[in-house]
Design a protein around this ligand. Structure first.
Ligand SMILES: Cc1cc2nc3c(=O)[nH]c(=O)nc-3n(C[C@H](O)[C@H](O)[C@H](O)COP(=O)(O)O)c2cc1C
Length: 343
């Protein structure tokens, strides 16, 4: 879609437009888990805010640091596999869009462009790389070496895929678009069901990059992860694509934040659909949040520009809502701004 058309379209409507653009199997793949009983987005809507008044909010700051890296927004992009299914420029466009918004992009190992080329396409992007628990540790080590060479800032091992999952692209009839391949050979790798905490200590032993496991929901698991070498925790139920009745990510966040007790940064993905959702997660102790589906729609509608506009709109909403609550810096958000959780 041209910039002129994007100018006329509010990013909040990208979803409807993307549904006219994308083929049915791709939509089915994105939607997997959305209708789950314990939906992430619905859980956010139960929270009520407690604004404070007569405070100076003439400039609301959204810039912060995440694992020591300065970012212009605490709203980043969660890993989404096979991004050329959403836009011909795939992960390169996603990375450029993230860089222009000053946001972190967690690239998927299930990408259609190798991590080195993603970095080259967007030299200013802050990239993290998500990994799967492949049986083949040598192959994992090789991808980590490529990530280090590409200037990636953190490694994000997914820890919630102990068994083959039902929400694979193939289960909804999705096939790789013609001419598209998986850059890191992900389709050729089996996931191991024989997992234990030595996985994280092994990883921490072969790289100096910070390890941020993705898919933790229990406080005890967060503690074990830190004991095993993790430097941050990404609270996520994978968009309800793994355990359909798992606790919503925002409901799991406080327990993880309490268990971590300030020893590491905690992040969240799952259900962030607007700036208020991000505000609630930050207030409950997340240092940053990540969005997948909202940016899928942006990438599909407008490539890198669409991604930048989605992140920009989410960040503007976060700033406005934070200011309306009487707070001038998103880093100063605390549970005091949360009034109640409606039944
Ligand atoms: C189309 C699609 C593809 C995804 N691919 C991956 C992936 O390759 N690796 C991963 O760790 N998570 C993947 N996820 C999960 C997201 O990273 C995220 O945890 C989940 O979608 C929740 O965020 P959301 O509610 O903002 O969509 C995918 C999600 C979607 C919708």
């Amino acid at each position: 879609m041209s910039d002129a058309l994007l100018d006329r379209l509010d990013p909040r409507h990208y979803r409807e437009v993307a549904r006219l653009i994308l083929p049915e199997p791709v939509l089915g793949w994105i939607d997997s888990g959305e209708a789950a009983v314990s939906d992430n987005a619905g859980a956010f809507r139960r929270f009520r805010l407690l604004p404070r008044v007569l405070r100076d909010v003439s400039a609301v700051r959204t810039a912060t640091t995440v694992l020591g890296t300065e970012v212009r927004t605490p709203i980043g992009i969660a890993p989404i596999g096979i991004q050329k299914a959403l836009h011909p420029d795939g992960e390169a466009a996603m990375a450029r869009g993230a860089a222009a918004a000053g946001a972190i992009f967690i690239a998927p190992v299930n990408s259609t462009i190798p991590i080195g080329e993603i970095a080259t396409a967007a030299p200013d992007a802050t990239l993290w790389l998500q990994l799967y628990n492949w049986v083949d540790r040598d192959a994992l080590a090789e991808v980590i070496r490529q990530a280090e060479a590409a200037g990636v800032k953190a490694i994000v091992p997914l820890v919630n895929t102990p068994l083959p999952v039902s929400h694979t692209p193939a289960s909804v009839g999705f096939r790789l678009p013609a001419g598209v391949t998986l850059a890191h050979g992900a389709s050729t790798h089996d996931l191991t069901a024989k997992n234990d905490w030595s996985y994280l200590s092994w990883m921490a032993g072969i790289t100096s990059l910070p390890i941020v496991p993705k898919g933790i929901l229990h406080g005890d698991d967060a503690r074990r992860a830190l004991d095993s070498g993790a430097r941050g925790i990404l609270v996520s139920n994978h968009g309800n694509r793994q355990v359909a009745r798992s606790v919503a990510a925002i409901d799991a966040l406080p327990g993880v934040v309490a268990a971590v007790a300030g020893k590491a940064e905690v992040y969240l993905d799952g259900g962030v659909r607007n700036g208020t959702d991000a505000l609630i997660a930050l207030a409950l102790g997340a240092r940053a949040v990540f969005s997948a589906r909202s940016v899928c729609w942006g990438l599909a509608c407008g490539g890198a520009e669409g991604v930048t506009r989605v992140l920009g709109a989410l960040t503007t909403e976060l700033a406005e809502e934070t200011g309306m609550c009487g707070i001038a810096d998103v880093s100063a958000l605390s549970p005091e701004v949360i009034a109640t959780v409606a039944g």
